[in-house]
Design a protein around this ligand. Structure first.
Ligand code: V0V
Ligand code: CO
Length: 161
């Protein structure tokens, strides 16, 4: 029988919203072209994350673009392509091919969220948060501890964007 890991007294993650979904792609420009032309999304940000060894493009809905101060900010789409064969995204593409890679939840305090999860017996991939998109701080819960989905925790540089 499976061991019960959490108790009612354990703290929980205070998730505010889905921040983004991450999709692994071989060809970033082709993926951006599809989502902008077919889905009407808008590329709002692009950066190379040297630690994660990825180039990412962040896309927002046209609806977000029309609203100057959406509260809370709506979920975005993150397209990721590897910059090196050692990248987690390169390994994923090799094993599974392109497609949904992770779901990121926006939190106020990524260290508090990680502490709560560790107390519940969930494995975090990093001891402390790492640099994420647009100067955010990120960590991940191992997909084997979530029922098969890689979950990212993201603390935005500015919570109110
Ligand atoms: C691997 N597995 C996954 C998975 N990646 N399951 C669901 N979703 C994924 N994305 C499964 C895999 O099929 C294996 O299952 C098992 O986990 C162990 O795999 P592994 O051989 O250890 O695979 P690795 O070496 O690729 O490691 C997997 C982890 C790795 C999750 C540990 O991808 C990692 O460190 N990820 C964190 C960093 C990251 O993902 N960076 C890219 C996004 P079976 O076969 O044993 O059943 S960067 C990002 O989002 C940024 C910068 C941002 O938002 O700001
Ligand atoms: Co992400």
């Amino acid at each position: 029988m499976e061991q019960e890991l959490s108790t009612a007294a354990s703290p929980t993650v205070d998730a505010m919203a889905v921040d983004h979904t991450g999709i692994a792609v071989h060809d970033l420009d082709a993926a951006v072209a599809f989502y902008t032309s077919a889905m009407g999304l808008v590329e709002v940000h692009r950066e190379v994350n040297t630690e994660q060894q990825v180039t990412e493009a962040m896309l927002a809905t046209a609806a977000e673009q029309r609203d100057p101060a959406p509260a809370p900010p709506p979920a975005r789409l993150q397209l990721l392509t590897p910059t090196s064969p050692e990248s987690a995204i390169a390994r994923f593409l090799q094993r599974s091919g392109p497609g949904l890679h992770h779901i990121a939840y926006r939190v106020n305090d990524v260290e508090a969220a990680a502490t709560a999860l560790r107390q519940r017996g969930n494995r975090l991939l990093y001891a402390t948060g790492r640099p994420g998109t647009s100067d955010s701080v990120i960590n991940f819960i191992h997909p084997k501890d979530t029922g098969g989905t890689l979950i990212e925790l993201v603390q935005p540089a500015r919570i109110a964007r």
